[in-house]
Design a protein around this ligand. Structure first.
Ligand code: AMP
Length: 407
């Protein structure tokens, strides 16, 4: 876990603001779920996933409840849906930290942030297109160029079950040629074997059956509409049959965004897909769901690699230099801030030279200088910090004068 300090922290905040703007403009409303949930909310994600079996920060609280820091937020949103029973489609967005006990490296942390959306209660393929298009638009707003969109369909739950059987037979037939790790994965979830990066597994995976052979007519039609909708919007994508999500509740559309500048093990910027069964597992009615989560930390790394989306300029408009003890600076900064200008000042009654250095460092556009002469005359000096002549203004007119100078 790490500290995120300025200017990176400003970039982080700005990232969420841009995301909120993009999805807010499409009618999504924010949900702020708690960071901790009953462990059961997450174990329903599937015991075969590393996220649940190995990576969860779970503990027993003082009341004897077994709780966990959330490893992701989809489950929390579904849990909230079951409790609140909102009108559907329920279009929500979220942002915030998640926790996974992973091996930390560049782009992989034990506390990491995600922004995401979830829509509950609509099964329309055009919703899948909307959801993907919003992530696409968000990347465009960030200025990211090297983003590849991969899409796939896992079919209906029955299609998927038949596919999993076929995969199991295929991998079992390979016997010891399959790596030991993959043989272990095979016992729990044959789909996950497709994710193996081990060299000995590559030819066996290459020969594995693909999901399209198992799509029902309905699933194939749904996916065809999704693809044509993406075409209609001019969104470039690649169909990748190996893109499977291990969790049992995923069905139909799944997608992933990959960054072009990151190591292949950490190149997923975000991903999502359709799911059902999760709301039901949490005690609600059968409900269609779709969403995505985008990793903030990793996407910002990709932005740095591409030299886009820097930190917003957070320097102040005015820095007040007061050599009379500091009370004037107190009054002036208070007046300017109340009027909507940003203003900073020095403390500890430092020398004029030291305060001017601080004014320089602050990046302020103007320094307002008050010494004993100015106090006696009822004036203030306004000095432009990036060239130009300083002027003396009446103290009573300082605010209105600065307002004409600062757009
Ligand atoms: P997931 O919830 O596993 O589908 O992950 C969605 C996105 O969250 C990924 O594409 C990453 O960008 C990000 N992510 C997941 N795990 C981590 C992590 N440990 N550290 C940083 N980012 C992560």
């Amino acid at each position: 876990m790490r500290d995120i300090v300025a200017p990176e922290s400003a970039r982080f905040r700005h990232f969420t603001e841009v995301f909120a703007e993009v999805v807010g403009a499409a009618g999504y409303q924010q949900i702020i779920p708690p960071i901790m949930e009953d462990l059961g909310v997450f174990t329903r994600l599937g015991d075969a996933t590393d996220i649940v079996t190995k990576e969860m920060y779970d503990f027993v609280d003082k009341g004897g409840r077994h709780v966990a820091l959330r490893p992701e937020q989809t489950a929390s949103v579904c849990r909230a849906y079951v409790e609140l029973r909102p009108l559907t489609p329920w279009k929500t967005w979220y942002s915030g930290p998640n926790f996974r006990y992973e091996k930390p490296q560049r782009g992989r942390y034990r506390q990491f942030d995600q922004v995401g959306i979830e829509v509950l209660g609509a099964d329309d393929p055009y919703l899948d297109v909307e959801v993907i298009a919003l992530a696409w638009e968000f990347y465009r707003r960030l200025g990211l160029q090297q983003v590849a969109l991969l899409v796939n369909s896992l079919g209906e739950p029955d299609d998927r079950a038949r596919y999993v059987d076929a995969l199991r037979r295929h991998f079992e037939a390979a016997g010891d040629a399959l790596s030991e790790q993959s043989r272990e994965t095979l016992n729990k979830n044959p789909l996950r074997v497709l994710d193996s990066k081990r060299r000995e597994d590559a030819p066996i995976i290459a020969g594995a059956p693909t999901i399209d052979q198992f799509w029902s007519e309905e699933a194939a039609a749904h996916f065809a509409t999704v693809r044509s909708g993406l075409d209609d919007l001019g969104i470039a994508f690649e169909v990748n049959m190996r893109l499977v999500r291990g969790l049992d509740y995923y069905r139909r559309t799944t997608f992933e965004f990959q960054g072009g500048t990151l190591d292949s093990a950490q190149n997923a910027l975000g991903g999502g897909g359709r799911y059902d069964g999760l709301v039901e597992d949490l005690g609600g009615p059968p409900t269609a769901g779709i969403g995505f989560a985008l990793g903030v930390d990793r996407t910002l790394l990709a932005c740095s690699d591409e030299g886009v989306f820097g930190a917003p300029d957070d320097s102040v408009d005015v820095f007040v230099v007061d050599t009379t003890g500091g009370r004037e600076a107190l009054l002036i900064t208070n007046e300017l801030r109340a009027a909507g200008l940003s203003a900073d000042r020095a403390f500890d009654n430092r020398s004029m030279k030291s305060q001017m250095k601080a004014a320089d460092r602050s990046g302020a556009t103007f320094a307002v200088i008050i010494g004993s002469d100015e106090v006696a005359a009822g004036t203030a000096v306004v000095r432009p910090m990036r060239g130009g002549d300083q002027v003396v203004v009446a103290r009573a007119e300082l605010l209105s004068d600065l307002k004409t100078r600062i757009p």
